[in-house]
Write a protein that binds this ligand. Structure first.
Ligand code: HEM
Length: 119
């Protein structure tokens, strides 16, 4: 039996418990993508709890607290994240802002374009 190649090895790691934490590397097979996750849209964010790739934040308040503390220490964390030192009132304002991003989505970009043309 020959040694597994890098793709087979990464696929096998991905199947291990907690393997999802390898993030985009499981798709791209690039070591650069280890532990990286897509930055999602914030549109309608109030409707899609829990948050983050692992659902580790149950509410938008938890998300804002997470960022306010500068994220959690782990190997893959974004180096630019620092504690924000927001007051409680500022954190509540940020949650209110995120909640304000709730609304009807156009069905498709093309449909929105045609809607506009018909008016
Ligand atoms: C106070 C400022 C910020 C707020 C309020 C905010 C808000 C959020 C929220 C609500 C989510 C969850 C989205 C979801 O699960 O659908 C999220 C995820 C994410 N944000 Fe932020 N964000 C902030 C700053 C940043 C910064 C500075 C970066 C990059 C340097 C960043 C990168 C990401 C990424 C990569 C995710 C996905 C993480 C994962 O799935 O585990 N965010 N953010």
């Amino acid at each position: 039996m020959s040694a597994p190649n890098a793709r087979e090895l990464i696929d096998a790691l991905g199947r291990e418990e907690g393997g999802d934490e390898l993030g985009r590397m499981l798709q791209s097979y690039l070591v650069f993508d280890l532990g990286s996750f897509r930055t999602p849209t914030l549109r309608n964010i109030a409707l899609t709890a829990p948050y983050f790739h692992d659902g580790s934040a149950e509410t938008l308040g938890d998300v804002v607290r997470f960022y306010n503390e500068g994220g959690r220490r782990n190997l893959n964390r974004e180096w630019d994240l620092n504690a924000l030192n927001l007051t409680d009132a500022e954190q509540r304002d940020l949650v209110a802002f995120l909640e304000s991003l709730t609304g009807r989505m156009p069905e498709t970009v093309a449909a929105a374009h045609w809607d506009k043309k018909e008016r």
